[in-house]
Write a protein that binds this ligand. Structure first.
Ligand code: GLC
Length: 524
């Protein structure tokens, strides 16, 4: 598998740092905590960790409001501590990816403080400032993704500034070459420190319409949906000029050898694949989020896999994501039994998988009492926006310890359930054992990493496909239903099943049985 880059062979694991492991009793996870758990991750069998933002931040959006792009927030640790963590990870063979948040800074970033100080400040144009509309209201109809107008009135200089998210997250002006230069220096700062790549926050939002035209109404809007769905985002997302920026980020990374550029992009597949660039000079992997909202039906998933494979240009490397810090957890979306099927799916599809911390033990969304809600998106749009705290609850290390071993103090969010790494560790039928098995199977079978994906079919509730490389062929069958089913196969040996007793059994030529919610990998 040597001709592939590490990020093509590997599996990425997302850490939400506030919630992974606290080391100092303040109830918030930190870098020493992550360091202490790196052996666990190496043994799990993942290849890279992506750490959500750890930069100095007022935490209005829990780190996605950056006040200094080239340092570490004291809540998490220090720059030296980060370098030690990276050294430790590298010694274990783990790559480290940072979350790069270029679309907006914090309103406390010195760049914005300068920009807002006067209309003729040299950094005025680093952000998006506009005069009021003739009636004194916002300059246009653009809406914030956190609710309400995306324009915030600034008394001191008598203009509005644009914020796609919170007012505390003013959008930078990526049409300004100085902004591009400053952000390029940020990338280089971390690349020089030795980071292995970046997940780029809201990559598809970086450029807005130069004429600030009103967004058109969305005919598909249904009452009860988040506010910004009232409008199509025609002039605020996926603007043609964004690809220039992606290309220049990629060019910078390319100067550093095998580093990876991943884009957070919520777009349809035809739009998404454009972010690979022309002949692959864009992002290495525009995140493929289709599984996050997929209807859990074999025929829909089959169609999605086929369509994605067809849409990818031949230079594009696929990828799949099952969970992240902005969406309900997979075990809550599809149920605990099907979460095991989903694990097999994620780790046997063609392309780089990204796992979300805690999904490997089947963590479900936590119950958040009203007085412990933290997510600003939910607090600003109560009852409309589905809060993101439930999927951000602390990692459950050891159910026999207070707070599941996450902290000695009061955890910033409540612990979701009682299951834990410790409980699942020695249990061959546990979710954790299933993940470990899948990850080692993937590592040792070239067909799973670089094989083609063929014969993607749905028969009732059963999804099947093959992964082939050289003369190796693996047959994968996933029963996405609650009834036992049969599946037609060639003869072969069961390498893995979510029903662990079955491993090593023979599959016969013809009909083979699958239990409800059983998924198998068969060498045929
Ligand atoms: C991305 C992040 C999300 C954050 C938003 C604004 O979507 O994943 O958590 O709120 O960007 O930075």
């Amino acid at each position: 598998m040597s001709e592939l880059a590490w990020w093509q062979r590997g599996v990425i694991y997302q850490i939400y740092p506030r919630s992974f492991q606290d080391s100092n009793g303040d109830g918030i996870g930190d870098l020493p905590g992550i360091s202490a758990r790196l052996e666990y991750l190496a043994a799990l069998g993942v290849d890279a960790v992506w750490i959500s933002p750890i930069y100095p931040s007022p935490m209005a959006d829990f780190g996605y409001d950056v006040a200094d792009y080239c340092n570490i927030d004291p809540i998490f640790g220090t720059l030296d501590g980060f370098k030690q963590l990276m050294g430790h990870a590298h010694r274990l063979g783990l790559k480290v990816l940072l979350d790069f948040v270029p679309n907006h800074s914090s309103d406390r970033h010195p760049w914005f403080e300068e920009s807002r100080s006067s209309r003729d400040n040299p950094k005025r144009d680093w952000y998006l400032w506009r005069d009021p509309a003739p009636d004194g209201g916002p300059p246009n109809n653009w809406l914030s993704r956190m609710g309400g107008s995306a324009w915030k009135w600034d008394e001191v200089t008598g203009q509005y500034y644009f914020h796609a998210f919170l007012p505390e997250q003013p959008d930078l002006n990526w049409r300004n070459p100085q902004v591009r230069g400053a952000m390029d220096e940020v990338l280089r700062f971390w690349l020089d420190c030795g980071v292995d790549g970046f997940r780029v926050d809201v990559l598809w939002l970086l450029i807005k319409d130069a004429q600030f035209r009103d967004n058109p109404p969305n005919p598909g809007y249904r009452p009860g949906e988040p506010d910004h769905h009232r409008l199509l985002q025609s002039y605020t997302e996926d603007q043609p000029e964004v690809h220039d920026i992606v290309r220049s980020m990629r060019a910078t990374l390319d100067e550093y050898g095998e580093r990876v550029l991943i884009g957070e992009i919520y777009l349809s597949v035809p739009q998404l694949v454009k972010y690979y660039g022309v002949n692959g000079d864009g992002a290495h992997m525009p995140f493929n989020f289709q599984l996050l909202n997929a209807r859990w039906k074999a025929d829909e998933i089959a169609g999605m896999i086929r369509d994605y494979d067809i849409a990818l240009p031949e230079y594009a490397w696929p990828n799949w994501v099952l969970g992240n810090h902005d969406n309900p957890r997979v075990a809550s979306r599809v149920g605990t039994a099907q979460a095991r099927v989903a694990a097999v799916l994620l780790l046997t599809l063609r392309g780089t998988p990204t796992l979300y911390y805690g999904d490997e033990i089947g963590m479900t969304d936590g119950e958040i009492p009203p007085d412990r809600i933290h997510d600003p998106a939910e607090l600003r749009q109560p009852g409309i926006c589905q809060g993101r705290d439930p999927e951000r609850t602390p990692m459950q290390w050891d159910g026999s310890l207070p707070n599941a071993g996450f902290t000695d103090g009061r955890p910033w969010l409540p612990i979701a359930t009682t299951t834990s790494v410790r409980e699942q560790d020695g249990d061959r039928s546990s979710m954790l054992s299933l993940y470990r098995h899948l990850l080692s199977l993937r590592r040792s079978n070239a067909a799973l990493v670089q094989g083609a994906i063929d014969n993607v079919e749905a028969y009732g509730d059963v999804l099947t496909y093959e992964r082939r490389y050289g003369n190796q062929c693996l047959f994968i069958a996933l029963n996405m239903g609650v009834e036992d089913a049969t599946v037609q196969s060639r003869s072969g040996v069961v390498l893995l099943s979510t029903v662990s007793a079955r491993i090593g059994e023979n599959f016969v030529q013809g009909a083979n049985s699958l239990a409800a919610s059983e998924a198998v990998v068969v060498a045929v």
